[in-house]
Design a protein around this ligand. Sequence first.
Ligand SMILES: *Cc1c(COP(=O)(O)O)cnc(C)c1O
Length: 469
Amino acid sequence: MSTEPPGAPEDSQSRHDWLTSLDRAHVWHPFTQMQTWLEPLPGDEPVIIDQARGCWLFDTKGRKYLDAISSLWVNVHGHRKPEIDRAIKLQLEYVGHTTLLGLASPPSIELAAQLVQRAPRFEGQPVLNKVFYSDSGSTAVEVALKIAFQHWRLRGKPKKAKFVALGEAYHGDTIGAVSVGGMDIFHQIFHPLLFDVLRVPTPYVYRWPTGARHCLEASALAAEAIIAGRHEEIAAFILAPLVQGAAGIITHPPGYLRRIAKACRDYGVLLVCDEVATGFGRTGSLFACEQERVVPDILCLAKGLSGGYLPLAATLVTDEIYESFLGPFESKRTFFHGHSYTGNPLGCAAALASLRIFDEENALEHGWQMAQRLEKGLKEIAKLEHVGDVRQRGLMIGIELVKDRRSKEEYPYEDRIGHRVCLAGRKREIMLRPLGSVIVILPPLSINAAEVDLLTEAVRDSIREVTEG
Ligand SMILES: *Cc1c(COP(=O)(O)O)cnc(C)c1O
């Protein structure tokens, strides 16, 4: 049954044209210069995705594309995964949505227990035991910031009110998340609206000013100095562990997270790990912080949480933090925060099904094998004349294009070099989206070997066509 209104054209070309004109008339696309969208260059016409299956997207013109960015880093087990489809349909036979404000629901209860059971856990470190739901990565981060802030007020340490964040941080697009964010191109204009943050350098190995060898030590020392020197005013240190996705898939040197975690613990600063992008197997383990044997005080999850099906997010905290908020009703220690769709049952049902697939189909192991296969293909790409750096952690890959390999000179912004490579990819049935001059490869964990090979070849040929052509 069609969901389209009466009057929608039936033949596919007319339907495509009709949808295109309505899109142009009424839809404002995120992170998109709409003037360019409305007047596209040849080869850059809007693509309308109609259906998807597995790792493949199908558009209204009958073309297909490999979903090499997991529909913006959310999809985990492929599209129309029967087990997840069934779980959502089954939940629909009970109810689509009921609130968590003053009421409970079976899927949100079961999912909370599952998340706690699977969260990073190591001897001698705090245990993440409580789950606060929301509906996007940005809100998972807002919740983390507000909980950390209120925690210290409730503990009688109101001076601990500042956050430390990394230079090129990205934590979402709401005002609190933008405040801890540090990407000038997205965040600069909003500066007057934002709260002050203590900034430490991003451990960006490829572009570390004094050379790659010094990156870990120098960046960790800088962060440790801030923590040691100003811990009395610091509520929390927030970072995306192992990989800073939106900054350009910047992969941290091994050992960085562990040092930050140790300094936070030594000085009584809360550690917030934003695993919105890295969570659910992207970096090779279910959560990235496991790889450095780190349990944060607060863990933010979204994107892959529902398998990439529905907007669902969770902020996990320790009992110690949770207990700060306890008191008699009239104490007003309550965490006064919540969203209309907090803990949506359909999203939770999808998430439960997604977690089950990790157990039943060895999704982590499969993803890891595909990551290793990709690594082989990337070796060829790394040799290309305009590839400056290839960075990989599991199935998160960034290929940084440079005008000049030796000087690492960047391409000018207006060249849209990354975008042009992605358009060249489209001709080869690969759907990509760049971050500036960085080509991002971030496929679902369920990608198969043949798809990996197609992907690496298409990316290599697309880069060559645009940068050497
Ligand atoms: C995508 C992302 C967010 C924001 O998530 P939304 O669901 O888009 O609000 C926050 N943090 C990180 C690390 C992300 O990659």
